[in-house]
Design a protein around this ligand. Structure first.
Ligand SMILES: Nc1nc2c(ncn2[C@@H]2O[C@H](COP(=O)(O)OP(=O)(O)OP(=O)(O)O)[C@@H](O)[C@H]2O)c(=O)[nH]1
Ligand SMILES: [Mg+2]
Ligand SMILES: [Zn+2]
Length: 308
C-alpha cells in the first residue's frame, strides 16, 4: 500500500494512504537514503510503502521509501555539518515575509531564493500583514516587487486580517505541493487557517507578541487544501543556513548573474575585483540591482571554503 508522510515527530510518523485513511507509522530496519548524512531519514512529503502492523490501533510499518523528486535541506541547528530534511517532493516553496512586526531582511529572502535555486523548487515571496503597512512599508514593498519580478520571482502582498491577496494565493496553491517557510511570527499558520477554515492550527497569541518570535509551530506538517493541493506548515526559522554550497557556484543561483557569467574574462571569476567582470559591469549599468549584488557579496563572505 502506498502512502504519503504528513507529519514526522522523530521515531513516529503520520501517513495517509491513497484512499485518505490516516495511520501511525514507524520505520522498519535501516534505510539509507540519497547518500546524504541527515539527522532524519524520512520527511514530510515522502512517498512510502506501508504494511498493516496492528489493525485495531491503526498502526503500520513503513517498508519502502520511494525515490525523491527533490527535497529541502537545512543545516541542523545542533550540528553544523549535519543536515535536516524539512520536506520532500515539492512543487514550490513560499517564503512568508513581513515588513513590520517582525521585519524580514533582504538577506534572509535572498538566502531563501538561493536555496530554492539549488534545490530546483520554484519560490514565491509572500509579504503578509499588509493591513499594518504604512506609506514607508508600502513603498518598500513596491521597490522589492519591482526588483524581484525583474529577476523572475513572483511576489504577492497579503493580509490574513483583511483578506488582501488571499484569492491570489489560493490560485497559486491549486493542485500543488507547497512548502511554507519564514521567520517566526510572520503569519504562516494564520495563512493556513484562512486557506483551510476547518483547520484551526495554533497561532501566536496577539498578547504574547513580543517581536522576539515565540515559535508556536514546532514541527513540519502537511495539510490537504480543499479543492486540491497540499501545503506544509513549518516552524519559524531565525537564519537560513545554506548547506553544501561553494563560493564558485554561488553566482549560478542568482538568475540575473547566471545569464551573464560567460561574459566574465576569467571563468573562475567571483565577481569581486577581478578585471573584465561582466557582473560588476552590469551592476554599474544598473542592469543588476545593487542590493542583490550586496546580498551576493554577503553570502559569499559567509561561505567557509571547504578544507580537504
Ligand atoms: N496584523 C496582522 N497580524 C497578523 C496577520 N497574519 C498573522 N498575524 C498575527 O501574527 C501573529 C503570528 O502569527 P502565526 O500564524 O502564529 O505566525 P507563524 O509564522 O506561524 O509563527 P511560528 O509558528 O512561530 O513560526 C499572530 O498573532 C497573528 O494573529 C496579518 O495579516 N495582519
Ligand atoms: Mg506557525
Ligand atoms: Zn565576474
Amino acid at each position: 500500500m502506498k502512502a504519503i508522510v504528513y507529519r514526522s515527530t522523530g521515531s513516529w510518523y503520520i501517513v495517509k494512504d491513497e484512499s485518505g485513511k490516516i495511520f501511525n507509522a514507524r520505520l522498519k530496519g535501516l534505510f539509507k537514503i540519497d547518500e546524504i548524512t541527515s539527522t532524519n531519514p524520512l520527511a514530510v512529503g515522502d512517498v512510502v510503502d506501508i504494511e498493516m502492523e496492528n489493525e485495531t490501533e491503526g498502526s503500520v510499518t513503513i517498508t519502502k521509501i520511494h525515490d525523491r523528486r527533490n527535497y529541502i535541506n537545512r543545516q541542523s541547528p545542533k550540528a553544523k555539518y549535519q543536515h535536516h530534511i524539512i520536506a520532500a517532493n515539492l512543487d514550490q516553496s513560499f517564503m512568508v515575509a513581513t515588513l513590520r512586526d517582525p521585519k524580514t531582511s533582504q538577506g534572509f529572502i535572498d538566502r531563501f531564493l538561493v536555496a530554492s535555486e539549488m534545490y530546483h523548487v520554484p519560490p514565491v515571496i509572500i509579504f503578509n500583514k499588509a493591513d499594518i503597512y504604512k506609506k514607508k512599508e508600502l513603498e518598500k514593498f513596491e521597490e522589492w516587487k519591482h526588483m524581484y519580478e525583474q529577476v523572475g520571482y513572483p511576489i504577492v502582498l497579503t493580509s490574513v486580517k483583511d483578506n488582501t491577496g488571499i484569492d491570489e494565493v489560493k490560485e497559486l496553491l491549486k493542485n500543488k505541493i507547497t512548502l511554507i517557510s519564514g521567520h517566526s511570527g510572520v503569519g504562516k499558520s494564520s495563512l493556513l487557517n484562512v486557506l483551510i477554515p476547518e483547520l484551526n492550527i495554533k497561532t501566536q497569541d496577539v498578547s504574547d507578541w513580543s517581536g522576539k518570535g515565540m515559535h508556536t509551530t514546532t514541527f513540519a506538517e502537511m495539510f490537504d487544501i480543499p479543492g486540491g493541493g497540499k501545503i506544509i506548515d513549518t516552524p519559524g526559522m531565525r537564519e537560513f543556513g545554506l548547506v553544501d554550497i561553494s563560493k564558485q557556484e554561488l553566482s549560478h543561483y542568482f538568475p540575473e548573474m547566471r545569464d551573464r557569467l560567460n561574459n566574465c574574462q576569467f571563468n573562475n571569476c567571483l565577481h569581486i575585483n577581478e578585471p573584465g567582470c561582466a557582473i560588476k559591469e552590469a551592476v554599474a549599468d544598473g542592469e543588476i540591482t545593487e542590493d542583490r549584488y550586496v546580498s551576493y557579496y554577503n553570502i559569499l563572505e559567509s561561505i567557509a571554503e571547504k578544507k580537504y
